[in-house]
Ligand binder design. Structure first.
Ligand SMILES: Cc1cc2nc3c(=O)[nH]c(=O)nc-3n(C[C@H](O)[C@H](O)[C@H](O)COP(=O)(O)OP(=O)(O)OC[C@H]3O[C@@H](n4cnc5c(N)ncnc54)[C@H](O)[C@@H]3O)c2cc1C
Length: 321
């Protein structure tokens, strides 16, 4: 049985949870087994995981799980994995997933692989698992030798599809250990898709010259339904908030579309973004290193190109209606 830990936020399962459940269902199909999802704490819409391939949704509803604690979550997930004889445990390669992966594999004595980006293959009774390394420049295939595999799945590795229907959620009894920390306050940015989950990202760098010029970036992002990001010096100069900083020392992302505006494409920036599926670069310098990593490039002044691009997208949307 494949067990999927489905993350939730504000009582709703996350998009990444749908991806991992669908991934788990596809893997279960190839292994001739079933995919079971589990949710922790207050989650109202767990039943919808059935639509994405979970045959069962197990709920540990203890109120202490409403705030994520990786030590507690790892123990609870391990308990469910043992009760259900799971041979594989999957989770999103999110900040929470990464914080569970190591602990869980130690408790279960499992074989852990982080950031898996393709469906594993069963070969000679062992799972072979592929992941990207060196910021997507190379791929590593690992064989899991332990009886249980513990895998985190990179975001946007698979497009979740409805392959079943909603199912009812079943409570499961688990001994929830006391947390060693206490959440006092959570302050969250609201209204935008967080960068790690965004499918489209519009990012800008020092070529913008001044923070007051960011309106054209925000307009393009709004036209595309994108999340905004920035290069490090932009965040360091307080032109943009630090949570937008992508790259080696910022957030690593892999959206379907990454639009880089006035960013040179330094290696440290590329480290966090070059796993994006399609990269579009807008830069006035034809020698800018970013063009080497680009799928599409526009050599031009961003102050002319970006508003025209936004206008074209708005026109396209208007014609669709
Ligand atoms: C240890 C370490 C870690 C780092 N980590 C990160 C990281 O995580 N993320 C990160 O981003 N950086 C990181 N950096 C910094 C990195 O090396 C670069 O300095 C940085 O990415 C450059 O930012 P930029 O491209 O916005 O600015 P610049 O390098 O100044 O590039 C600006 C670009 O804008 C273009 N431009 C200017 N005007 C226009 C115009 N009108 N129209 C179109 N194009 C225009 C220019 O041609 C140029 O290519 C790190 C550096 C170190 C040493």
């Amino acid at each position: 049985m494949i067990l999927v830990y489905a993350e939730a936020q504000d009582g709703k399962v996350k998009k990444s949870a749908l991806e991992v459940v669908y991934f788990g269902a596809k893997l279960a199909e190839s292994m001739n087994t079933t995919c079971v999802a589990m949710i922790l704490g207050n989650v109202e819409d767990g039943g919808k995981l059935g639509s994405y391939g979970a045959k069962e949704v197990l709920h540990v509803s203890d109120a202490s799980l409403n705030h994520f604690d990786s030590q507690v979550a790892a123990k609870v997930i391990a308990d469910v994995a043992n009760q259900k004889n799971a041979t594989c445990v999957l989770m999103a390669d999110s900040a929470n997933g990464k914080s569970i992966l190591g602990r869980l594999s130690v408790i279960l004595n499992g074989g852990a692989v982080r950031g898996v980006n393709a469906l594993p293959q069963m070969k000679d009774g062992k799972l072979e698992v592929e992941k990207g390394v060196f910021s997507g420049k190379a791929f590593v295939t690992s064989k899991v030798n332990a009886p249980i595999a513990v895998l985190s799945i990179a975001g946007n590795s698979i497009k979740p599809q409805v392959i079943g229907s909603e199912i009812s959620v079943t409570s499961i009894n688990v001994n929830v250990p006391a947390s060693k920390t206490k959440v006092i306050e959570v302050k969250r940015t609201v209204g935008i898709v967080p960068l790690p989950e965004a499918e489209i990202v519009v990012s800008a760098g020092r070529g913008m010259k001044d923070p007051s010029n960011w309106g054209i970036v925000e307009d393009l992002a709004a036209a595309l339904g994108a999340t905004t990001a920035c290069s490090r010096p932009v965040a360091d100069s307080h032109w943009r908030p630090h949570h937008e900083h992508v790259g080696q020392t910022g957030i690593a992302i892999r959206p379907n579309l990454y639009i880089a505006i006035g960013i040179s494409g330094a290696i440290q920036h590329l480290a966090g973004v070059n796993s994006s599926k399609v990269i579009v670069v807008i830069n006035k310098d034809p020698e800018a290193p970013f063009f080497k990593a680009a799928d599409y490039g526009v050599v031009g002044d961003l102050f002319e190109v970006v508003p025209r691009l936004t206008e074209a997208i708005q026109k396209y949307h208007a014609n669709q209606h």
